[in-house]
Design a protein around this ligand. Sequence first.
Ligand code: SF4
Length: 825
Amino acid sequence: MAQWVGSCDRVLEVNVSRRTTRVFNISKEDRRRYLGGKGLALRYLAHRLRPGTDPLGPDNVLAVFGGVVVGSGAPCSARFSAVTKSPLTQLVASSSCGGPFGIALKTAGYEGLIVLGQASKPMVLEILEDDVRFLDADHLWGRDIPATQEALELGRKDGDLVIGPAGENLVLFANIASGHRFLGRGGFGAVLGSKRIKAIVARGGAFHAVPADPLGFDKACRRATATIHRNRFTGHLYRNAGTASHVDLCQAGAILPIHNFQDGQDPRASQVSGWAMKERFGAKPSTCRPCTILCGHQGTFSDQQTRQWPEYETVGLLGTNLGLFDPETIAVWNAQCGRLGLDTISCGGVLGYVMEASEKGLITSPLRFGSPQGVAEAIDAMAFRKGFGDDMAQGVRRLAEKYGGTSFAMHVKGLELPAYDPRGSWGQGLAYAVANRGGCHLSATLFPLEVFLGFLKPRTPQAKAHFVRFFESLYAGINSLPTCLFTTYAYLLEAPIARLTPKPILAWTMRHLPALAVRLMDLRVFTRLFETMYGEKLSPREFLQAGDRIVVLERLLNAMEGVRRKDDTLPERILAEPRPCDTTARQEKRPWWRRFVAAGCPEPPGPAQNPPLLALDSMLDKYYTLRGYTRNGLPMAKTLRTLKVTVPFQDGFDIVPGRDTPKDKVVQIFFWILGRAMQSASRRDAVFRRQLASWPKGLTVLFKVLPYGPRTALRVDDAGKLRALGDTVSEREADLIIGFKNMDTAFRMLTAQLSTPDAFAQNRLSVVGDLAIAMQLTRLLDRVQCLLYPKWLAQRLVKRVPSMPTLEKWGKRAWLYLVGIPLGL
Ligand code: SF4
C-alpha cells in the first residue's frame, strides 16, 4: 500500500453535467490559512460560487473535505466536513459527519472532492484510486438509504454518501447519509438530489497516511486519549448515556424545549434521558470509527428490533418539543427519518410549528402536542412531498410565511432551532443569532459553560460575546483538522491550567476578564496533533486565527447574499415571551424564595414574575466589535485585510471600511455620563422626585442613535428612582425610545452644538412611546444638563435655563461630578 507522509494534498473536482474530472493540489499557503476540512472546502467554494446562485440549480457547488488528522488514528478522527449553498436558508451551509466517507476518500487518494453541475439522469459517482466512474442509478432512485447502501456492495474500506427519498424529492432539509451517520442541517441531501446523484462511493484502501513525526504524534495521541478518559463528559456521560444525557442537565437548567419552546422544563423529562434509555434498551456502542469517546449507542427495543438511540437533539425536537416522552416512539421516528434522509432537528421543528398552528386554528391538521397520532404519516408525507407534506418539506420559515404564526416560527435565518432554549442560556442565544448557517448549536456552544458547568451566568450578557467569538473560531478550526467537537470538553477542561485553578477563580476570570480567559485556554492538544502529523509548526494563535478567517469568509459570502444585522436575530417568542418555568427555575436557585412560596405567601413581585428578556442587541454590538464587523454586521475592509480573506465575485458588493470613529467613542462616553447623572439626580433632586412619582414603575426609556449606533437606557425602579441600565436594553424592552437621527446629531447635541428644540424642529429627534412622558423627560434632561454644563454652554442647549439658587446648584453639581457619576449614587 502506498503512503504519504503528513497529508494527501490532492483534490478531485468532478463536473457531473459534462462527466469530466480534474485533479489539483492544495497549495502550502492555502493549507496554512485554512488547515483542511471545513476551511479548505469553504475556500474552494468561495472561488466557484457566485452570489445569487440557485442552491438547487446546476451552478451550486458541493465540496466535501477531510483533513490532516483524518484517518491518522488520532482519537475521534473519522470526521469530514462539507459545504454548499443551502436551499433552506439560501446561505452557505456547512456540516460535519463521522461516517466512513472521509477516510475512504483519503485512502482512495484525495483529501477533497468538489462536485459541480447537474446530471441529466440519476447516477452513482464511484471514486477509485486511478479512475472516476459515472454509473447509471435508475434502479436505485426511489430506494431508501439502507436499501441503497446494501445495493452499493460497500467493502470494509469503502465509504459512501447516499441520499434517500427526501433528497430525491428536494425536501429542503434532506440529509446525506454516510454509513449510519449524517451530513445534516441545511439540506445537503436536496443539493445532491438536485444534481441527480443518488450516491457517491469512495473505494478506499489504496493509500495510507503516516505522521511526519511518529514519536511526537504517538505522544500527542496518548495525551489526547488520557484527557478524554479523565473528563466527566467524554469519559463518563457520553460514553454511558450518549448525548441524550443532556436531557437531565437541560431540564435542570430550564433550557429543554417543551411544546414548541413554550416552556423549558417538564417533570417527565427524565423518561427520555440517556440513562433511562440505557436501563430500558441496553447500550451497545454504535459510533463513528475510530472514536475514543463513543457517544453513539444502539439498544434492543420492545419489538426485539435493534435501533440506534436517538441523539439529544432528536429527543428534544421529536420528543419533548412535541410534548412526547416515550423514547421508544422517538427512536422509531428517528429510524424513519434516517431511512428517508430527513434532518431530525428541522423535522421536529416543523412538526412543533404545525402542532401549535393547528391548535391556534391557522392550519387544519390532526397533529397535536402530546399525541403521537399522525406523526409517522406526517414524516412520510414530508419525505415524499405528499399533500400538506409538500408545504412541510419547505421548513418552518416558509410555512409561517404562508400560514401565519411568525412569532412562534422557531428558526434563525431559516434554519430550525436546536434543542437548547436561549431564554435560559443567553450566550447560546447570541451564538444562534450570529451563526453563519442559521439556528445552529455547533457553531459555538455556550450552554455547557452557562448551564452545565456554571462558569458563566446564564441570564446576563456579561462576557458572552467574547466566548461566542472564541468558540466559533475554535470550532471552525476543529472542523478543519477535522476531529470531533466533543473533544473540546476534554482538551480544554483537562488542560493543567483549567484543572489546577480553583473553580471560583476560573469562573470569576471568565465572567470579568473574558479577553484574558480566552487567551489562557490551552489548545495545544489540537495543534500538536496537526503539527506532528503534518510536520509544520502551528501555534495556538495561528490555529485560532485560521478559525477567525473561516468564520469571516463564511460571513462575507453570506453578506454578499444580503445578510445584515437584521438577520442576526432570534424568533420573536425567544425575545418577547417569558415562560412558565422562568419563575420556577429562578425560585429553585434561591432557597429563601422556595421557603417564602411554601409558606403560602404570594410570589414576591420583581424579576421572578418579570424575567429579564434576552439582551441581544448589546451582545451583538460587542460581538461585532470583537469580530471586526460594522454595526450592521458587515466584515470591515481592515478585518479582511488582516485575515487575508479574499473572494473573487464581489461585483456590486461594497466592503465597508468603517470602524468605531472618534465620534462614536465620544457619544458612548457622553451616554454613560448622562445615564449616571440622571440616576444620581433622581435620588437627590426634588423636581425629579415629584416628576417620577407620576411615572409608572418599571417604565424603561431608551436613548438610541439610529439605526445601529450607541444606546443607553434608564428604568424607573420600585422606589420611583431612575436606574441607569447602560446599553443592555433592546428596543422590545423599552416603553419610550428617544432616537437621534444619526451619529452626527447625537454628537452635536451632546457637545452643545445643537439644542434640543432645534433638533426637534429639524426632525433630528424621534419619539416612540408616550409623548407626554417624553416632554417631561426632556425637562428633566434640561435640568441635568444645566447641572453638568456651565451656564454659557447650557444656554445653547435648552430653551430656558431652570432657575436654581447658586449654593444649591454648586452643591448638586459637585455631588454629581465627585460622587453621583463616578459611583452611581
Ligand atoms: S464522540 Fe460521538 S460524534 Fe464524536 S466521533 Fe465519537 S461517535 Fe462520533
